[in-house]
Design a protein around this ligand. Structure first.
Ligand code: BG6
Length: 510
């Protein structure tokens, strides 16, 4: 497919130029997130000419290591990603100069980030702008911000800026999210806080707004008059892997729904914002969550939770969830959740949104599928097209195989009036030279230039938790049956029944 321009013509939109000078202070610099996602993302920013000229990383961790050793570790990890064709990062050749701009001026400080005397001691290293990145366990977010405040490290005197990036999970229920917001807002202004949801770093997620509001086709039918229902799927083939102790205390609902799935939900359901200004966008997303029903009644009919049993995923044997390392053998933590919710506003009232997400499933598949209402088929009454299932779907494929497709009915060639489903598709890879990226590039760059559009505001986070709160309570009290599904399957039968009760069915995965 082509409209004349080659993919090379469309590699990247012109950038806004290098970010202003700053030091990136990474708390948790020896951890997995830094090695696997942040450093490769910084490398890309460097390659694209978006890092400031005098960029510097101040790496902070508890380990007894040195800047030289850390640099070597980053380099080894990075070379491994580059070699691993199944990983998220597979640049073909490492650009040595770009790499050097990232790690060339790296400084390592060993210490406890919640210890005021330690943080005071690093204060001397920090002049001018600083971006503090909290790549640490969630229980440390509040204490670190508190001490940053006490040591004066987030004061913006003399024209310098000071910002803090806070990773997920932001709280683990409404109460704790509110408490954490209060804690950080005692020290920082809202516009100094960059609460990350890495789904917003994905190009295909960012494209939802461009697709909806930058085109004239779809918006007129983007409502309850034309849309029958919406399915949002985030299916993963990965299991809990080495994250058993974190995951078993978290579960699929907390891990994926109020954050990642609700980002997809709000992008697809929001009203057009008046601009890309952070609050213009975040206000409209907030409106969606405000209008989501609260599940108070009939949770059992609207929600399914399940755990995977032993099975085979991608030809590999997967253990029963309860036998995974660091998982409680009698765990009642869900690895799958499906739900039906409604958005009670003028655009969406009466249109069900079905959401599902699970680990160890048959396919990796993140998509939003919009099912349009059936047309009246009386015209076809006396033809063999009458019985055909002509389903009009618009599918936004977020990952893998990023693209957008439209499914509709077309007449089969021949004298008989027979209709079959056909698909019209757009694949990103046909049009754009997609470069290997972690998804953190845009987020880090935006934090450096102070653009909050792709970050969650305090009320956005709290509203996400507000919606799932009744489910957390019901799950916690074991009020809902725990279904099971074999690893490598498309999920539990109970999730199929959730849609069958409404006369609908899930789209196949993959
Ligand atoms: C993380 C969750 O936030 O998102 C993980 O904690 C999940 O459990 C991951 O696997 C999914 O992100 P991606 O980018 O791999 O789809």
């Amino acid at each position: 497919m082509s409209n004349g321009a080659t993919s090379a013509d469309r590699q990247r939109a012109p950038a806004r130029g290098p970010a202003p000078p700053c030091t990136l202070v990474i708390f948790g610099a020896t951890g997995d997130l830094t090695r696997r996602l942040l450093v490769p993302a910084l490398y890309n920013l460097s390659r694209w000419g978006l890092l400031p000229d005098d960029f510097r990383i101040l790496a902070i961790g508890r380990q007894d290591t040195s800047a030289a050793r850390l640099r070597t570790e980053f380099e080894t990890a990075f070379s491994k990603f580059v070699a691993d064709k199944t990983g998220e990062f597979t640049a073909e050749n490492i650009d040595k100069a770009a790499w050097e701009r990232v790690v060339g001026r790296l400084v390592y400080k060993r210490g406890d980030a919640t210890d005021a005397s330690f943080l005071k001691s690093i204060g001397g290293e920090l002049e001018g702008n600083a971006l503090f990145y909290l790549a640490v366990a969630a229980k440390l977010f509040g204490p670190i911000v508190d001490v940053l405040g006490k040591c004066g490290l987030v004061d913006e005197r003399g024209g310098r800026w000071r910002r803090v990036v806070i990773e997920k999970p932001f709280g683990n229920d409404l109460r704790s999210a509110k408490a954490l917001n209060e804690e950080v807002l005692r020290v920082l202004r809202e516009d100094q806080i960059f609460r990350i949801d890495h789904f917003l770093g994905k190009e295909t997620v960012q494209n939802i707004m461009a697709f909806r509001f930058g085109n004239g086709f779809f918006e007129p039918m983007w409502n309850r008059d034309r849309i029958d229902h919406v399915q949002i799927t985030v299916a993963e083939t990965v299991g809990v892997g080495t994250r058993g102790s974190f995951y078993d205390g978290t579960g699929a609902l907390r891990d994926m729904v109020p954050n990642h799935l609700f980002q997809l939900l709000t992008m697809i359901a929001m009203e057009p914002p008046t601009s890309f200004a952070p609050d213009a966008v975040r206000d409209r997303k907030q409106d969606v969550l405000n209008a989501v029903n609260s599940f108070d009644a009939d949770i059992e009919r609207c929600v399914v939770r399940a755990q995977y049993g032993a099975g085979i995923v991608n030809d590999k044997v997967v253990a029963n969830y309860r036998d995974e390392p660091k998982v409680n053998p009698s765990s009642s933590t869900e690895t799958y959740v499906a739900m039906r919710l409604e958005i009670d506003n003028w655009r969406w009232a009466g249109v069900p949104f079905y959401l599902r997400t699970g680990k160890s499933m048959s396919e990796r598949d993140t998509e939003i599928a919009i099912r349009f209402k059936d047309p009246p088929l009386s015209l076809f009454r006396d033809t063999s097209a009458r019985d055909a299932m002509i389903a009009n779907w618009l599918i936004l494929q977020i990952q893998p195989d990023e693209g957008i497709s439209l499914q509709f009915g077309a007449k089969l060639p021949g004298p008989d009036v027979k209709v079959d489903c056909v698909t019209m598709g757009f694949l990103y890879s046909d049009y754009f030279a997609t470069e290997p990226a972690t998804g953190y590039e845009t987020l880090i760059y935006d934090a450096m230039i102070g653009d909050l559009t792709l970050f969650q505001r305090a009320d956005n986070i709290e509203e996400g938790w507000r919606v799932v709160e009744p489910l957390l309570e019901a799950f916690g009290a074991n009020e809902l049956p725990m279904a099971t599904y074999p690893a490598g399957s498309r999920g539990p039968a109970e999730a199929d029944e959730l849609l069958e009760r409404d006369g609908r069915s899930w789209r196949p995965l993959g």
